[in-house]
Design a protein around this ligand. Structure first.
Ligand code: SF4
Ligand code: SF4
Length: 352
């Protein structure tokens, strides 16, 4: 199915039967030698669409819900956040508006997306409106219907979080009430692969998963499935300190202190995140009420207007006393301390 979309100043054609079938008008591209088709990466596409000073919500990481059928002890959302599930019927018109505003790449995550009662409908709606979708899941509840949906409307990628290849450990340590839980997850990963879906596995490396990681990597290698891990531990959404789950890192040599600024990345041009209560904010790592807007309450256009105003106010402003975070996210407002006046108004950001 071909969908023509107007995004900012450009018109693009999105083919929903492809994982990432986005086609630009020739005039949007730099003149090239010869008339061969030009293949653009995601960053290049975003760069073309978001050129200029404007902000467009081209990318979004959407936490569909804060519930899960697992209960991993290190999880920063499940057990630390309690929102009523936003049903598709309540948000459909807002979602359509967000797509009108430019949403092009959406990552659906949770909690566990596949247990959202409207997950398939939301996924299909996004695809049929010309959005390229990536799905994060623990892989347990993938059924035949979902595999068929992925076949007809392919996601750009499905990332499955693997925590153990051992049934007993998945039950005891990760709270899965199924004596064959790990086998089921692994079989679902293979089913996705057999269906031609771009499936990758990932593991959060921490003190709980460290006894499992070797076997996970070996299983992925034996089954020719890409695997990556991340050792970052995120604090609970309710402020709970989950730092005790972090694995010890090696000694890094001291880095040169340098000035850190708020929003050093492209988020200020095209990033967004949506939480389980369908509020929008600039980046999943920026957990501040000051820049989180309830789209159901104030509408999509007003939410985007306020979010842009927030970003324009703080983008590239210096983080006072900066020095420890030297690059990327570590040097962003996301990891700095908000400084407020007596009335509680946000003045600037400082080194924590
Ligand atoms: S599978 Fe993921 S979302 Fe579910 S409890 Fe574990 S870490 Fe949290
Ligand atoms: S934390 Fe800051 S630098 Fe990192 S992605 Fe988010 S906005 Fe960008």
């Amino acid at each position: 199915m071909e969908i023509i979309r107007k995004i900012g100043r450009h018109e693009v054609l999105v083919e929903s039967s492809e994982p990432c079938g986005i086609y630009f008008e020739e005039s949007a591209l730099e003149p090239t030698s010869g008339d061969a088709a030009v293949i653009l990466g995601k960053k290049e596409m975003l760069g073309i669409l978001a050129s200029g000073d404007d902000y467009l919500p081209l990318t979004c990481r959407w936490e569909l819900l804060d519930r899960c059928n697992f209960s991993c002890p290190f999880c920063y959302i499940v057990g630390h956040s309690f929102n009523k599930i936003a049903r598709f019927s309540e948000i459909k018109s807002h979602l359509a508006e967000l797509i009108e505003e430019g949403l092009l790449f959406c990552t659906l995550t949770g909690g566990e997306v596949t247990i959202h009662p409207d997950f398939k409908a939301i996924y299909q709606f996004l695809k049929e409106h010309g959005v390229v979708v990536e799905v994060f899941t623990n892989g347990y509840s993938i059924d035949d219907e979902l595999i068929e949906l992925f076949r007809s409307h392919p996601p750009i990628a499905v990332e499955v979080s693997l925590y153990s290849v051992d049934n007993e450990r998945l039950g005891k340590t990760y709270g899965v009430r199924d004596s064959q839980g790990a086998s089921r997850v692994l079989e679902n990963v293979l089913r996705l692969k057999r269906a031609g879906i771009n499936v990758t596995c990932k593991t959060f490396l921490n003190t709980v998963t460290s006894p499992d990681i070797k076997a996970i990597i070996l299983w992925c290698k034996n089954n020719e499935i890409e695997h990556y891990s991340s050792s970052e531990v995120t604090q609970g959404y309710d402020g709970a300190d989950l730092g005790s789950y972090a694995v010890k890192k090696g000694n890094h040599s001291a880095r040169e202190p340098k000035v850190a600024v708020c929003l050093p990345c492209k988020t200020k041009n095209y990033g967004s995140a949506i939480n389980a209560s369908f509020s929008i904010y600039p980046c999943p790592s920026i957990m501040l009420a000051d820049c989180t807007y309830d789209m159901r309450q104030i509408g999509v256009a007003e939410s985007l207007r306020r979010m842009k105003a927030f970003m324009r106010r703080f983008q590239d402003t210096e983080i006072v006393g900066s020095g420890c975070g030297t690059s990327g996210c570590a040097s962003c407002m996301a990891y700095a301390k908000p400084v407020r006046n007596e009335a509680g108004e946000l003045l600037h950001f400082a080194q924590p």
